[in-house]
Design a protein around this ligand. Structure first.
Ligand code: UD1
Ligand code: MG
Length: 469
């Protein structure tokens, strides 16, 4: 059987009020049109043609060159859009699946159901419909007394009676290809929007004596994204589905309302996701981790047994049994091996940190290579910018860095060395040595009494205003 698909994706998307094509807006981290493409591929339909408009580059960037594109110069409606695919459809028998590019919830299951229904009887077309609690804006499916589809009427063209119909057109169809071609040639634009409606092909096929069947889906599976509110709704529905899938796979999710997980994310069993957590991009998390609360991970790889608490990490690799947070920032290009501890107000950028190393408080490590079992005292800073370029330092195994030390660009701290607290280290420190770089302390005996500066019980009085002390 010759089966191909036409996806309408050239619309201006006026209701989105965006400078971008409507169909590249993301739902659960994936462009809307990519959801459609993936559903078609999963349903086994590899031959796809996309009707694109002025923003076609954005769509081509998403889908690549594995599909065909047809440019619709003027946006004269969905019927006009599909007509642009005529050269692609002419001479073909079999079925054509027609989908809107703005319906991310479409699934392979729905497409396959429509194809099976088509094969069951002698149908000219199958319309996929749904019952909407609020059908505003959708085309309505008008049926005769026997329940057969008669026509589809767009919201703006509906009579009072038709407006009451709750069954909506999803804009997803399967047609017999030659019959679709014959109906497309007979569309007119005599309607409220002065557009060529694809929906009118249904009435034409029935007038021709054909039968149009339908399958009724869940409203959520047909949701079209036309404005930002529907985009939010689609994200919410898709997110709940993704969370459910992870829960069924053994991931514990404490609060589905405040947890957001993108479609490509993978999570191992017995990992717990605490509230307020967003997991984005191609993040992969191992087993037995605790992530959150209030954490954002974007394209991060996390080993098993790691905890990440109130932190932000992106494009980084975090090993197994690491302790991250609270309030850590792990930036792109970072590689943390196993059993590393990164604590409060610690930022790591493009650095490699080996096993069992600990930076528990107030530290910045940038562009550096750090060995095993290193300890960073509070307030350590790698001064990785020499004013011209970013160059980190090298800290070998078992180094102890005292509090508030600055390690300048390119410096090498040899293995098992100590750095005295408060030092600014601008030269290499030899292995097993001590690096100290601070002025000697002087104590002045009785200085306070001599200067009459005793503070005693001179407490500061609190002001009644909250902002003042
Ligand atoms: C369409 C249907 C409506 C259905 C709804 C479901 C028509 C006339 N109406 O309305 O019955 O209930 O979808 O979501 O078909 N497009 C083009 N070129 C154009 C116009 C549109 O490629 O000239 C594309 C758009 O990019 C979009 C799709 O076709 O992806 C549907 O167009 P849209 O304007 O969103 O139609 P709806 O008003 O949603
Ligand atoms: Mg739409």
């Amino acid at each position: 059987m010759d089966i191909c698909a036409v996806v309408m994706a050239a619309g201006d998307g006026k209701r989105m009020k965006s400078s971008h094509s409507k169909v590249v807006h993301q739902v659960a981290g994936k462009p809307i049109v990519k959801w459609v493409y993936d559903a078609l591929c999963e349903a086994g339909c590899g031959e796809q043609v996309y009707i694109v408009g002025d923003k076609q580059e954005e769509i081509r960037d998403v889908l690549g060159e594995g599909v065909a594109y047809v440019f619709q110069e003027q946006r004269l409606g969905t019927g006009h859009a599909v007509r642009q695919a005529e050269p692609f459809l002419e001479g073909r028998g079999g079925y054509v699946i027609v989908l809107p590019g703005d319906s991310p919830m479409v699934s392979a299951e729905t497409i396959n159901k429509a194809l099976s229904r088509m094969k069951e009887g002698d149908y000219a077309a199958i319309v996929i419909t749904a019952s909407a609690e609020d059908p505003t804006g959708y085309g309505r499916v008008v049926r005769d007394d026997n329940g057969n589809v008669l026509k589809i009427v767009e919201h703006r063209d509906c009579s009072e009676e038709e407006l009451k119909i709750k069954e909506i057109n999803s804009s997803m169809y399967v047609f017999k290809t030659p019959l679709l071609l014959s109906a497309l040639g007979r569309l007119s634009a005599s309607n409220a929007q002065k557009e060529y409606y694809l929906t009118d092909t249904i009435g034409i096929l029935i007038k021709d004596g054909g039968t149009v069947g339908s399958i009724i889906c869940d409203y959520e599976d047909t949701l079209g994204v036309n404005d930002r509110y529907q985009l939010m709704q689609a994200n919410k529905i898709m997110n709940k589905r993704i969370l459910r899938k992870h829960m069924m796979n053994g991931v514990e999710i404490v609060d589905e309302d405040s947890t957001w997980i993108h479609s490509a994310v993978e999570i191992g069993r017995d990992t717990i996701i605490l509230p307020g957590t967003t997991i984005m991009g191609n993040t992969i998390i191992g087993e037995d981790c605790i992530i959150g609360e209030n954490t954002r991970l974007e394209s991060v790889q996390v080993g098993s047994g790691t905890t990440i608490d109130y932190s932000v990490a992106s494009e980084a690799v975090i090993g197994s049994n690491c302790r991250i947070g609270p309030f850590s920032h792990i930036r792109p290009g970072t590689l943390l091996k196993d059993n590393v501890t990164i604590g409060a107000y610690v930022e790591v950028k493009a650095s490699e940190i080996d096993e069992y190393t600990r930076a528990r408080h107030l530290t910045y490590i940038g562009d550096s290579k750090v060995g095993k079992n290193v300890i960073f005292g509070a307030g350590t800073v790698t001064c990785n910018y020499d004013g011209v370029e970013k160059v980190g330092c090298t800290i070998e195994d078992n180094v102890f860095v005292g509090g508030n030390a600055n390690i300048l660009a390119s410096v090498v701290l040899g293995h098992d060395s100590y750095i005295a607290a408060g030092s600014t280290i601008n030269q290499d420190v030899p292995a097993l040595g001590l690096g100290i770089a601070r002025s000697m302390q002087k104590n002045k005996e009785n200085w306070v009494a001599d200067r009459n500066r005793l503070r005693g019980a001179n407490y500061i009085k609190l002001d009644t205003r909250r902002s003042e002390v």
